[in-house]
Write a protein that binds this ligand. Structure first.
Ligand code: 5AD
Ligand code: SF4
Length: 442
């Protein structure tokens, strides 16, 4: 670097919440890269700090305000430091953020972050910048190409955003807006760019990814096009709604060898009364039949789900119905939550269940799900799986990757397995991972 080259500005992004936020943070860093920013892992070094927030959990906004409060010391040390709040809390709170925390220079919702470079200019000129529109211009087109920098073997790729389902408990339709699908050709182009940077596995992201309609053949059509991308070895997608699992997508699970045998298909509850109150528009029975069909196409599929306990009006019997559904379906892994209100959602007006009832139910549900997870992991012992190695493990000589079923697998292996899919025989199951030995050593 010559003496006259200005030192690059440093950007620190703290990412909360879902995988789409991880993807958005990468895209924001790339967009600001065009303005001379390079990423730093330490907030103390930063010239700009962005909090890329999530609104799905309880008291999300309050948590952001406390984090900003804690970070104020950095601003005191370095008055030129700029602060931005992005993501779903930015969308939900808007201007209120700058009112409550005046050190914040920039607030931008998830649909407007392609405007970050222009907003940065305003901020550098000492102005405040706020954008929580749902603009008509195509965010992804404006963001154009992915960075050519070498990447790890796995990546996320957003193909669809927003949700039109309006489940009664959920803020997503309000923070991410209406369902929008990206055109398939742009996605294929981005997938090729990712593969050129070293990516071997792509997880297609969308709040309602299986409602994707940017391809005549829906999500299955897109998956089949991605199947043809040379160098791409694995395809996954998340998160799906049961009502959008069409025949072609079910079929792809049995016939597309790059599509991994793992499916996250939330049901939320097992009682028809509660499913109706949640506005899920399916029944427990229809969900169970759907799982049977998917397993008909791919018998070894590992199923994952989301559950909410204590939705307003949930009786003991409703809860038992959820437990029965879990017993009948059997999940390889799952996420579960106590219901909590999100202001502005239809369920927020309804009376809450007592905390101790919710706690007791959540504990029972989680121990059942945990049993099923352990059983699934233990059933892998003795089997040979394919592992895409991602990085070095904690112990010397050990490498870690993911099996086709998304289990974390560690094995002794040389460094150069990173980025390769290798056969591993599973020899033990630990609390959240599997250990094994390479069986295809050259
Ligand atoms: N309370 C509890 N859990 C919720 N989720 C979404 N909204 C709420 C809420 N208000 C859960 C759902 C969803 C997952 C991402 O978060 O299970 O599938
Ligand atoms: Fe929220 Fe998913 Fe329901 Fe959409 S389908 S409203 S994102 S829970």
């Amino acid at each position: 670097m010559s003496d006259r080259t200005p030192a690059p500005k440093k950007l620190y992004i703290k990412t909360y919440g879902c995988q789409m936020n991880v993807y958005d943070s990468e895209r924001m860093a790339e967009a600001l890269g065009g303005k001379g920013y390079v990423e730093t892992k330490s907030p103390e070094d930063a010239d700009m700090i962005l909090l890329n927030t999530c609104h799905i959990r309880e008291k999300a906004a309050e948590k952001v305000y406390s984090e900003l409060g804690r970070m104020k010391a950095l601003k005191d040390e370095k008055p030129d430091l700029k602060f931005g709040v992005t993501g779903c809390v930015a969308q939900a709170e808007g201007e209120e953020i700058m009112r409550r925390q005046p050190m914040v220079d920039l607030v931008v919702g998830p649909q407007s972050y392609h405007r970050l470079p222009a907003m940065d200019e305003a901020v550098q000129a000492g102005k405040k910048a706020l954008d929580t529109d749902f603009p008509d211009d195509d965010k992804f087109e404006t963001l154009t190409k992915r960075s050519k920098a070498k990447r790890g073997p796995t990546a996320f790729l957003t193909v669809q955003e927003g949700c039109d389902k309006f489940c009664a408990f959920c803020v997503v339709p309000y923070t991410r807006g209406a369902e929008v699908s990206r055109p398939a050709d742009r996605i294929i182009r981005e997938a090729n760019e990712l593969v050129e940077s070293g990516v071997r596995e792509i997880t297609l992201l969308g709040q309602n990814v299986n409602a994707y309609h940017g391809h005549d053949g829906g999500l299955a059509g897109l998956i089949w096009d991605l199947d043809k991308v040379d160098g791409l070895e694995r395809i996954r997608f998340t998160t799906s709604h049961p009502n959008d699992m069409d025949d072609a997508l079910i079929d792809a699970h049995g016939t597309c060898s790059k599509l991994m045998p793992y499916l996250h298909l939330p049901v939320q509850a097992g009682s028809d009364r509660i499913l109706k109150a949640m506005n899920r528009k399916h029944t427990a029975e229809s969900y169970i039949r759907l799982i049977e069909r998917i397993r008909g196409a791919r018998p070894d599929l590992l199923l994952s789900g989301d559950f909410i306990v204590g939705f307003p009006g949930e009786t003991d019997q409703d809860f038992e119905d959820t437990m029965s559904l879990i017993c009948e379906v059997h999940y390889g892994q799952a996420y579960s939550f106590k219901y909590s209100t999100r202001p502005g959602t239809p369920a927020a007006e309804k009376p809450q269940l007592p905390e101790d009832v919710m706690n007791e139910r959540l504990q029972r549900l989680q121990s059942l799900l945990r049993e099923q997870q352990v059983e699934t992991q233990e059933s892998m012992v003795g089997r040979e799986v394919s592992v895409l190695f991602e990085k070095a493990g904690r112990e010397a000589g050990q490498m870690i990757g993911k099996s086709e079923y998304l289990h974390a697998v560690f094995a002794e292996a040389p460094m150069d397995v990173i980025g390769q899919v290798r056969k591993v025989r599973i020899t033990r199951s630990e609390s959240n991972s599997l250990g094994g030995i390479l069986t295809d050593a050259p």
